[in-house]
Write a protein that binds this ligand. Structure first.
Ligand code: GLN
Ligand code: ZN
Length: 729
């Protein structure tokens, strides 16, 4: 059975990708040197493919992001071919950078191609034949590209009325690109979205055209394809389907069969989880598929770049030995499965499964455990009495600058160069300085600064039982930004307090309330790899129970405000709307469970750093927090309207300072957002805070910006008109 692999990570074993691009930015290496390094990485990936599998794409390598490359190929940004890398990176970061967005339901972010105002479909032009260049370099592999449909679906500022004409115009350009190749690899993951009949008929029209110019291998992944049957009628050589995350794909094939003249590329090795593949299960699936499909090839399900490179160089807990596979190992698994299928009597090394067992504490949960005893209107009265905060309370989202001295101390501590005592005292000095600074600035609700946290997931993962972290398990989040997702492999338990030491210490230094910061269950499961023997919801509930215990301890230490960060709440939303109810049901419950036992006087906050709430706001409301802080500055407060639409009554902090930019916002910049907000929400509900944590900012901007932020609150408090406005509320 033929094997076909795609999406191998471009990062390199030692993050060479990141390092070389960043040294180019720092002008340490030239454009030629960078190009040589990136092409070397490309060569290594191709060699990996070639040595292990039968078919693979060429041209997946990018200097930053493939959606950006597609936009440049199609002439979205200029009429001239300006190929310097400096110009290229201008679109990636700095003041002309394109916006980033989550790539489907993953934690990879792509640059959103934004249509310039006045762009008309007739302006598309082939400015860069990237697949051809890649093919010329290697003379092997199947030229890779993102398809025109996905490109347009994920772009911005394209008028709805222009979608059809644009797609057809792109058809002509894709024809141009593919006509020189006998065979091409086209990714169209947008086909797993719920697409309209109009879009589908346009899709058909385009592929009916371009399919005549080359043999197309069309790939979909991340979910199942509703319009599979329509694809059968198109001139395609092969259709790639995801049988791991596309739960309906098998059923569709059983129902409609599969055309004899086409190849099914069956995605069976999970490209998004690090657990070893269950070979027996794959063989059964392939057997079943072969009853309906004549020509099958096997592949990964979803690109492999969601995985770190290799499990070698890691030491995992013994429970995990032999159970994990990163990208290199997945590739080998696929090769093995391909071989085993051919054997008459296959010898399969049995994979010892985790024993699926629903944890006791989860079994005991009842509906009432997800509910607070006291409802919000009563709670907020009790909280106001305890907290006694002024109108427009000021606060921050949690982290303060993680300067090199902090990272160095942590590295020294991890390397055993300094003792735990020394490290902890160092952190305490930082906390003390920060408390003093916040008092000096006049903030109302203080934080301890999160100096002890490497990142908001890893820190909790290291402290919780049942989760392990990696030394070198990096994956790309966007551009050159990498992170190391932890691995949840067993029942999650809290063996000792997670955050208590630092937060209680911070509170002991001040009479103002210190807000404790925890990472929420949905975000922890979203940004980790998770065991798959029990439902994700149950893993989230276990994390909630651990947080419940943490909250009890924090309350005992006199903490009055607790923020549970859930920046991944929206990202985890399923691609298809029909799956939303099921997701939101457990997501909301897991958040509620973590805070359901908190005292009614304890004010529970949550934080989400984006502003596209629209359709999901009603679900967010059901989380039953007391206050939410959100992103609002890039959208200039426009989206606050949604909160008015649902008659939002809880406390809310629209971020007035875009912390992703080094610019210090003026009092007036920030005031504009609040004034806009005041048109739709009453003053009594509003907090004044930045968009997100200040971890990546410099101290100078932080101090200046917070000074303005507090000044704004003081000004607003004096504005009589705000206080005596109509009695609408
Ligand atoms: N509390 C975190 C911080 O301040 C929140 C980070 C986030 O929302 N991504 O850094
Ligand atoms: Zn945030």
């Amino acid at each position: 059975m033929k094997t076909y692999v795609y999406g191998f990570p471009r990062l390199g074993r030692n993050r060479e990708y990141k390092k070389s691009i960043e040294s180019f930015w720092k002008k340490e290496i030239s454009e030629q040197e960078l190009t040589a390094k990136i092409f070397q990485l490309e060569k290594e990936v191709i060699a990996k493919y070639e040595n292990n599998v039968d078919k693979f794409p060429v041209g997946e390598m990018t200097f930053y992001d493939n959606m950006l490359d597609t936009a440049l190929m199609l002439g979205l940004y200029s009429t001239e071919t300006d190929k310097t890398l400096e110009k290229y990176y201008d679109l990636c970061w700095g003041k002309n950078a394109l916006e980033l967005s989550k790539w489907f339901n993953t934690n990879y972010h792509y640059l959103i191609p934004e249509f310039p105002n006045g762009f008309s479909p007739s302006k598309f032009k082939l400015l860069w034949n990237k697949p051809k260049e890649a093919f010329t370099r290697h003379k092997k592999g199947i030229p890779y590209m993102i398809g025109p449909f996905t490109f347009l679906k994920l772009s911005k500022n394209l008028k709805a009325k222009d979608f059809g004409d644009s797609l057809l115009a792109l058809g002509a350009i894709y024809k141009e690109i593919i006509k020189d190749f006998p065979e091409v690899h086209i990714d169209e993951p947008a086909l797993v979205m719920e697409i309209s009949p109009v879009e589908l008929s346009l899709f058909k029209q385009v592929y009916n055209e371009i399919g005549l110019f080359s043999k197309i291998n069309l790939f979909t992944y991340y979910d199942s394809v509703d319009c599979l049957k329509t694809l059968y009628d198109l001139p395609l050589q092969a259709i790639g389907l995801d049988f791991v995350h596309g739960k309906d794909n098998l059923g569709e094939i059983k129902k409609y069969g599969f055309p004899e003249d086409k190849i099914l590329i069956a995605g069976i090795v999970d490209g998004r989880n690090v657990l070893r593949t269950n070979v027996e299960y794959c063989l059964t699936l392939l057997k079943e598929l072969s009853q309906y499909v004549k020509k099958i090839e096997i592949s990964n399900a979803g690109p492999l770049y969601h995985l770190p490179i290799s499990v070698k160089q890691e030491d995992f807990p013994s429970k995990l030995s032999g159970k994990l596979a990163f990208a290199v190992e997945k590739l080998e698994e696929l090769k093995n499965i391909g071989r085993i299928v051919e054997e008459r009597e296959p010898t399969i090394k049995k994979l010892e499964d985790f024993k699926p067992k629903i944890p006791q504490d989860i079994k005991k949960l009842k509906e009432k455990d997800f509910k607070k005893a006291v409802a919000f209107p009563e709670r907020i009265k009790l909280q106001s009495k305890v907290l006694n905060l002024p109108l427009f309370p000021t606060t921050t989202i949690g982290s303060f600058p993680q300067t090199p001295d902090i990272r160095k101390k942590r590295a020294d501590f991890r390397a055993g160069k300094i003792s735990e005592d020394e490290y902890k005292s160092f952190i305490k000095i930082k906390i003390k300085e920060l408390i003093e600074l916040q008092e000096e600035l006049g903030l109302d609700v203080l934080v301890h600064g999160e100096f002890e946290r490497s990142d908001m997931i890893e820190f909790f993962a290291e402290k919780l039982e049942g989760i392990t972290t990696t030394k070198n398990g990096w994956i790309i989040s966007y551009g050159t930004r990498c992170y190391r997702p932890p691995i949840i492999y067993d029942d999650v338990k809290r063996k000792a307090p997670l955050t208590l030491d630092e937060i209680a210490f911070a509170q002991s230094l001040t009479t103002k309330p210190v807000k404790a910061i925890l990472t929420g269950p949905i975000t922890i499961v979203s940004w980790s790899f998770v065991r798959n023997d029990i439902p994700l919801s149950l893993i989230a509930y276990q994390i909630s129970l651990a947080l419940q215990d943490e909250i009890k301890d924090l309350e005992k230490a006199g903490i009055k405000i607790i923020q549970i960060d859930e920046p991944a709440f929206r990202e985890k939303t399923p691609i298809k709307k029909r799956d939303w109810e099921e997701y939101f049901d457990w997501a909301i419950k897991s958040f509620r469970l973590s805070s359901s036992l908190s005292l009614p006087e304890t004010q529970i906050h949550t934080h989400m750093c984006y502003s596209e709430f629209g359709e999901i706001l009603e679900y967010i409301e059901q989380m039953d927090f007391d206050c939410i802080t959100i992103e609002a500055s890039r959208s200039k407060g426009d989206t606050l309207q949604y909160f008015n639409d649902i008659n939002f009554k809880r406390q809310i902090g629209p971020g007035v300072w875009d912390v992703h930019s080094p610019v210090v916002p003026s009092i007036n910049d920030m005031r504009q957002i609040i004034e806009k907000t005041l048109k739709v929400l009453p003053a009594e509900l509003l907090w004044i805070n930045p968009d997100c944590g200040l971890k990546t900012r410099g101290w100078k901007e932080v101090k200046a910006s917070l000074k303005n932020l507090v000044a704004l609150a003081n000004e607003l408090r004096k504005d009589e008109y705000l206080l005596s406005r109509d009695k609408k509320y």
